[in-house]
Design a protein around this ligand. Sequence first.
Ligand SMILES: [Zn+2]
Ligand SMILES: [Zn+2]
Ligand SMILES: [Zn+2]
Length: 239
Amino acid sequence: METTYYIIPVMKKCDLCHKIIDTLYYQDIWGTVYCEHHRNEAGVLFCDCCSSLIVPNAYPFPKRMNDGRNICGYCLFDFVDENQKLDKAFQHVVSVYNKAKVYLPLERIDLKLCNQSELHTTLCKNPMGLTHTLKSSWKKNKYRIEVLSANYTFVVNTIAHELMHVVQDELNLSLNRQRSEGLSECAAYLVLQTLKSDIAKEIRKRIENNSNTIYGDGFRLVRAEIMRAGSLQKFISHL
Ligand SMILES: [Zn+2]
Ligand SMILES: [Zn+2]
Ligand SMILES: [Zn+2]
């Protein structure tokens, strides 16, 4: 007896326009599927935290923040918008730095949670965080880190990155911009490895594949150097 096989294509339906997708489509980290053409369509919103497509009026509900950012409902599930949550993220990052034996001058670091309009603009177009070094000629430097309110994992990423700038200043390292940002990206990558969520994995992938010459190439360059040194701590102590 002959067996007949039928190949039944899995019908993908666009979460935005609800049409069956017959060409290329995107699927973001939260599983939202949408037609390719929505990517550059006027009026289609993307989350200003995780860059996922925002489906209006659908659960989990997105929100337009006071500073004008659109945040998707998934990012809002674990959103750092108060100091207690900021401190939780900070403590996590500090514990990873401690484990990696990288010293932080905690008593001279001050963290401030900001919205987009409060965050001072810099060289970077859409910064997630910023470290101000308050220099003193007779005392040790103090650091004020501005952190953009965002999903918990993104905040952990930002704090881990900025704290490595503090370490660089404390050790008087004068790395060029590419190696300086690359080292900070490596620290963020290391800290993200301790979070097991899909979003942490996704941010790590973005760091790995970042095409920016300063951040992406810097990360890949410094990561190779850290691997040769054996650990982040050994790498830093040899700089
Ligand atoms: Zn569609
Ligand atoms: Zn989001
Ligand atoms: Zn940086």
